[in-house]
Design a protein around this ligand. Structure first.
Ligand code: ATP
Ligand code: MG
Length: 322
């Protein structure tokens, strides 16, 4: 698989060069508004997509730093990272008095205010809240895609808020998988190549074929995204996140663009990721009907946590409806 890497990279360059001539980039539109870049002529949106999905970006702060996915990580392995158990449960994330403000002209938006939160390893945490309540902002902080303007974020015993930009990139690449509402697949790569591209970034990826097969996509591996249904594209996006074998999957409205049947299938897979693969899953949704599949349900309003509810008997995804 690894010897295909130069080919994939060459094809990726072809894709981006083609994309540079396009005026419509809606298929790669994505929300990394906060990261400053030197995009060297690449379409800004496409460049942002690769940075967020694959974690191989440079930021203004370390634009001359070498990019080497196998360089010693700013984040040590999970064995050395450790974590303090709370109530007998292993802690994956801890947020202390976290705030995130955005200044737009003279207007200051407090997207998150004084958030104290613990995310436990192996749980499915549902984040509910109306539009603008701070859900994506929270997810971006967990994923190392953004930094808070106040407070501290810990991943296990490591303070993410104290990492350099390069260390944060390494954290994102090795420990986090992100799934978005609109998939953000590279349009000119097949399903398998999209997954391989992600696998190339970590030293010990899972087998792309096995991951695709697990997601029911074995016979779709050679299809391009435009030849796949929405639900299939989202499964490829999950495969791409999963192939890095991250500890946590951060999902921002992953079923928001899907029909009921496809959405339930995706939710079922996310539940299995927790149950069979022991992944931690943070799932953002507008849809309160989905909340019952979670181990805990966090409700945000105007940047504040209004409620965190334990759900000792999560329902299987097949049993929910809306
Ligand atoms: N980069 C940014 N610059 C300025 N304001 C921002 C930025 N990102 C988010 N915001 C603002 O922060 C608030 C929270 O945004 P966020 O995207 O987290 O909401 P959300 O709960 O994910 O909403 P939705 O359900 O619509 O996706 C909103 O008022 C939003 O306009
Ligand atoms: Mg959002």
């Amino acid at each position: 698989m690894r010897n295909q890497s130069p080919d994939i990279k060459r094809r990726l360059r072809v894709v981006t060069d083609r994309a540079a001539t396009r005026t419509q980039l809606s298929d790669v539109d994505q929300p990394a508004k906060h990261i400053d870049t030197r995009s060297s002529g690449w379409p800004e949106k496409l460049f942002h997509s690769f940075k967020v999905l694959l974690g191989n970006h440079r930021t203004m702060g370390d634009a001359n730093a070498p990019i080497n996915p196998f360089a010693p990580s700013g984040i040590p392995s999970n064995q050395t990272l450790g974590s303090m158990p709370v109530d007998g449960k292993e802690v994956l994330f801890r947020l202390e008095h976290v705030g995130r403000r955005f200044g737009v002209g003279e207007v200051v938006i407090e997207a998150l205010r004084d958030i104290d939160l613990t995310v436990y390893a192996g749980e499915l945490l549902i984040v509910l809240g109306p539009s603008g309540s701070g859900k994506t902002t929270l997810l971006n902080l967990l994923g190392g895609l953004d930094r808070p303007t106040s407070g501290k974020v810990y991943f296990r015993n490591r303070e993410l808020t104290a990492l350099t930009d390069m260390q944060l990139t390494v954290y994102r690449r090795h420990h986090v998988g992100v799934v978005f509402q609109f998939f953000h697949l590279v349009p000119n790569l097949t399903a398998k190549e999209n997954v391989q591209l992600s696998a190339e970034l970590v030293p010990r990826p899972l087998d792309p074929d096995a991951v695709l097969a697990w997601l029911g996509l074995a016979d779709r591996a050679d299809h391009f995204p435009s030849q796949l249904s929405g639900g299939e594209q989202q499964r490829v996006a999950i495969a791409r996140a999963l192939v890095k074998d991250p500890e946590v999957l951060l999902c921002d409205e992953p079923t928001g663009a899907l029909d009921f049947t496809s959405a339930k299938k995706i939710l079922g897979l996310l539940c299995q990721l927790k149950e069979k693969w022991h992944k931690t899953v943070v799932l953002i949704t507008h849809n309160p009907a989905i909340a019952v599949i979670g181990d805990r349900i966090l409700r945000l309003r105007s940047g504040e946590i209004v409620d965190i509810q334990a759900n000792p008997h999560p329902l299987p995804a097949e049993e929910i409806s809306w």
